[in-house]
Design a protein around this ligand. Structure first.
Ligand SMILES: Nc1ncnc2c1ncn2[C@@H]1O[C@H](COP(=O)(O)OP(=O)(O)O)[C@@H](O)[C@H]1O
Ligand SMILES: [Mg+2]
Length: 468
């Protein structure tokens, strides 16, 4: 069932229930009032009769009961579904001019019963025209005994109520139908953008075309949904583009050593000295490829959760042990600037990897005996880890660029693929921190990794961009 049908269905159910209750309430209330209303109307007749008799006796002096009753009947016209008749000396006397649905005064037994009444009485009687509510008002004048009877054909009155309620019911049905129609229309309009979102999403997943965007104007929830959806597409598009670029670069980077290896192997002669030289060259290229593949794998992993495994890390110990490892690179003036004496939540292996990348770069950009220093310190809410060298430094215009993938600055040919600093950056950001380069006091480059104390690991780079 579509959302539209569900919304309209629920709405109609509620409206129908409300209408049903209102119709039912009207029905009960009107029926409940009917009998009281009829009795009031009948008792009014008593007043009218008394007034008429008093006035007539006063003005004409006649005391003849037959004349008085007849006179009253001629002047008093019954309402709809009402009939009057009179009884004189236990016999039917006169009846209202208009013929009633059923003549009650033609039943002698009934007349006899009414004639015997000596005080006003209200009662029910069954007639051919349904139930009748009547009132008998006995009158007396000297020896004459008579009665005035007002009768209401109750079932007809009841029929009126039924008709009124039916009319209300029909109105309710029309209102329900209209509510349904309007609801269907409005729900359709409200849901149209949602449908558009769905269809676009389907088209995108069918065609993998990430350039499409939703166009939902306005400022409501659906427009917000569309905007969020578009933001998501923006990010996905960027992420996919970056990935494609990365794969292209990686392919290109790996093709070069392969070409070199193939060229050497094709040109290799029979001379043993030549062979040894070629094999050395090929081995060198292969280990370069191996390093590139390792770096690529690290970067690929950095996109996934679990890249950073947080644990307690002693910063001082980390700083010192990294320098110990770096000494194996070659002869430099290796030094520790200072160490921060605290434990942080971090991934020790990844931090070691990052610092070793920085130290390897520093080594490559310096000559024998030059200064290379590592250090760590707490600055505000951050722990900083740095590598400082006495090399040529990084030109200001390259300082942001060099952290990109496959970016090598400077013209000097060397063996790196430009992935090292990209790895350093993803490790820093994986810790919720960052890395930057500046000029060291000693000249040369100063690379600093900053990690927030109480770092929360980033889940995945794609979602980390989430702002709102
Ligand atoms: N300590 C440094 N001194 C000067 N330049 C550096 C230093 N470290 C990195 N760079 C520059 O940044 C570039 C990117 O470094 P990196 O990402 O490690 O790639 P690679 O080491 O493969 O060149 C290097 O090519 C180099 O130009
Ligand atoms: Mg490097």
């Amino acid at each position: 069932m579509s959302a539209r049908a569900r919304i309209v269905g629920w709405m109609l159910l509620v409206v129908a229930l409300a209408l049903l209750i209102s119709v039912f309430a009207t029905w009960t209330i009107m029926l409940g009032r009917l009998q009281g209303q009829v009795d009031v109307e009948l008792s009014n007749e008593k007043e009218k009769l008394a007034t008429y008799i008093d006035k007539t006796v006063e003005t004409t002096g006649t005391r003849d009961l037959g004349a008085l009753l007849e006179g009253h009947l001629t002047f008093n016209v019954p309402d709809r579904y009402e009939t009057f008749f009179t009884i004189l000396d236990a016999k039917p006397h006169k009846r209202t001019f208009a013929t009633p649905p059923d003549t009650l005064d033609s039943d002698p037994e009934f007349i006899a019963k009414l004639a015997a009444v000596d005080r006003p009485m209200y009662d029910w009687v069954e007639s051919d025209a349904g139930r009748v509510r009547y009132a008998v008002f006995p009158v007396r004048s000297g020896a004459q005994r008579g009665a005035f009877v007002a009768a209401m054909f109750y079932d007809f009155r009841r029929e009126d109520v039924v008709e009124a309620v039916q009319a209300q019911g029909i109105t309710a049905l029309v209102a329900l139908a209209m509510a349904g129609g309007v609801g269907w229309f409005v729900a359709g309009r409200v849901l149209a953008p949602v449908r558009l979102v769905r269809q676009t999403a389907e088209r995108i997943s069918d065609s993998s075309d990430l350039t499409r965007r939703l166009d939902v104007p306005g400022n409501d929830d659906v427009a917000a949904l569309a905007r969020t959806f578009n933001h998501m597409l923006d990010r996905l598009e960027r992420a996919f583009a970056a990935q494609r670029e990365f794969v292209d670069d990686a392919g290109h980077e790996l093709r070069t050593p392969i070409t070199v290896i193939r060229g050497h192997l094709e040109l290799m002669g029979d001379d043993p000295a030549d062979r040894i030289e070629t094999i050395a060259l090929v081995t060198d290229e292969l280990s370069r490829m191996n390093r590139i593949v390792d770096d690529l794998l690290t970067l690929a992993k950095s996109e996934q959760p679990g890249f950073i495994a947080m644990d307690e890390v002693e910063v001082a110990d980390l700083t010192v042990s990294v320098l110990a490892k770096a000494r194996a690179l070659g002869e430099r003036n290796w030094r520790v600037d200072e160490v921060a004496d605290l434990s942080i939540l971090a991934d020790r292996q990844r931090l070691t990897q990052a610092l070793m990348q920085l130290l390897a770069n520093a080594f490559r950009h310096t000559a024998q005996g030059d200064l290379i220093a590592v250090g760590s310190a707490v600055r505000g809410a951050w722990v900083e880890l740095w590598v400082r060298d006495a090399g040529p430094g990084v030109r200001p215009e390259d300082r942001e660029k060099i952290f990109g993938r496959f970016v090598r600055a400077g013209s000097r040919h060397h063996e790196g693929a430009g992935l090292g600093l990209a790895i350093v950056r993803s490790i820093a950001e994986g810790h919720g921190g960052n890395v930057r380069v500046a000029d060291a006091d000693t000249g040369g480059a100063l690379f600093t990794i900053s990690i927030p104390l109480g770092a929360a690991p980033r889940v995945s780079p794609v979602y980390a961009e989430e702002t709102s």
